[in-house]
Design a protein around this ligand. Structure first.
Ligand SMILES: [Zn+2]
Length: 468
């Protein structure tokens, strides 16, 4: 058996693992490279191999850095099935279509803003179109958690709850080779245990070969309790103390639902009196609806909280804004609202309008609850910019900026090590993937020292590893 890490090696995006075995070949994930100028080049160069050799694709979850090249894979000629959990299939219906819209818009923009001759225009085609995304969705096959599935080539596979986002899975893949059955475990993205909404990652007890993510392989998160305290203080201070609005930029998938849970929980506990919350992002609304529909995937606290919310709709008043007029009407609301909107890093979407109308007002506050990449508007706010430019207009930053650090969809180092402790013995080989080089190296070191396993391999992009 051979493993080739086609992405998410030495970085956190572009997840794609190719497995070659006696019975054929398959991919685990087919993710988009994101961030930075090279990402576009990498996305166009990815999948440059004989796609007919691939029998099937297994998808760990719907985040685009794990799924976002699927439309391109199918457009380039991949004919086989793509297996994922039912919730992932539902999410992809929203997310791949949205991604394709963005690809088309960016290509249009690039074409308009360039003076290059038509000979160069081929590169400016969208990475994939809305039509191609729709076609790729027809390849998806939903599989249940914990059910043994037989995707082909004699491979057996189980999707197990990874507790990262709705539908996320870690994969146990059993492959027969030369009379032996070998188990490959791919962690996908692992959630931080005890976080709201979703269940904790399932523990595994056996792996011959293991690929473990390392996004926060060198960090410990701030405690969840401290995060709730900070959020309660920011909301109370702004709504009651100053009479302004609280604006929260949030990722549509996962973070928005988590924030709704935390806010409702604070109201239930009496730490916030009553609350008017508006979710203003079509994608976040769609994903929240999917989360409500998949109530079988919630943890027990979420079940109890949801029952409370239904009984106390007067104390936690939640509204989902759909059309643009309704969204614009929020601009004239001077105070008393919590507005959750996307994008999570403030560089696109309706959040920019809410910042435009609230940033300049001392009585308002902005709560940053997610990762802000360098170069984004959100990052400038975190870094303390005195004024920012939105839609070409200079807006002074007078609102208070609160950064709350403890909400993360990824396990930190103690949680990753804690999860690995459930294995009864060390795998024959461990590969550390999906992390910046420093984070990956730190996790490899921690695994070696704390668990006393043989030194893990920090996966290198494009290298083919023969498994012993
Ligand atoms: Zn993810």
């Amino acid at each position: 058996m051979n493993l080739t890490f086609l992405g998410a090696a030495g970085e956190v995006t572009g997840s794609c693992l190719r497995v070659d075995h006696a019975g054929g070949a398959f991919l685990v994930d087919c993710g988009l490279f994101q961030g930075g100028r090279e990402a576009d080049v990498k996305n166009r160069q990815a999948l440059d191999f004989d796609l007919k050799a691939i029998d099937f694709v297994l998808l760990t979850h719907a985040h685009l850095d794990h799924s976002g090249l699927l439309p391109r894979l199918v457009a380039l000629g991949y004919k086989g099935p793509v297996f994922a959990t039912a919730a992932t299939v539902d999410l992809l219906g929203v997310m791949l279509m949205d991604s394709a819209h963005i690809q088309e818009k960016e290509a249009e923009w690039a074409l308009r803003s360039t003076r290059r001759r038509s000979a160069r225009r081929r590169d400016m085609n969208p990475l994939y179109t809305v039509e191609q995304a729709r076609t790729s969705l027809s390849r998806l096959r939903a599989v249940g958690y914990e059910v043994e599935c037989h995707p082909g080539g004699g491979v057996r596979c189980r999707f197990r709850d990874a507790g990262h986002i709705l539908g996320s899975a870690l994969l146990e893949i059993d492959i027969d080779e030369r009379g032996h059955s070998r188990r490959l475990v791919v962690s996908g993205d692992l959630g931080q245990p005890t976080r709201p909404v979703l269940r904790d990652p399932v523990h595994i007890d056996r792996a011959d070969y293991l690929c473990i993510e390392s996004t926060y392989g060198n960090r410990a998160h701030r405690s969840f309790a401290a995060t709730c305290d900070e959020l309660a203080a920011a909301v109370n201070q702004t709504l009651k103390g100053h009479g302004g609005n609280v604006v929260i930029p949030a990722f549509a998938v996962g973070r928005t639902q988590e924030l709704l849970f935390v806010l409702a929980d604070l109201v239930r506990a009496g730490r916030i009196d009553r609350l008017d919350v508006v979710v203003d992002s079509p994608m976040a609304s769609a994903v929240t609806e999917l989360t409500l529909r998949h109530d079988d995937l919630w943890d027990d606290e979420t079940r109890a909280l949801h029952a409370w919310m239904r009984a106390h709709a007067d104390r936690f008043r939640l509204r989902f804004v759909q059309d643009v007029e309704e969204s614009m009407a929020l601009n004239s609301v001077r105070g008393g609202l919590v507005i959750i909107s996307a994008s999570g890093m403030c560089d696109a979407g309706r959040i920019k309008h809410h910042l435009r109308y609230n940033l300049g007002r001392r009585e308002c506050s902005i709560v940053i609850a997610g990762f802000q990449a360098a170069g984004t508007l959100g990052r400038r706010l975190v870094d303390g910019a005195r004024q920012v430019s939105i839609f070409g207009e200079r807006i002074p930053v007078r609102a208070r900026i609160h950064t709350i650090g403890g909400l993360s969809a990824h396990a930190d180092q103690p949680a990753l090590i804690g999860w690995l402790r459930h294995l009864r013995q060390a795998p024959r080989q461990t590969f550390v993937v999906h992390g910046e080089p420093i984070a990956a190296a730190a996790l490899a070191d921690a695994i070696h020292r704390q668990l006393e396993w043989p030194a893990p391999v920090v996966a290198e992009p494009g290298l083919r590893y023969a498994l012993s």
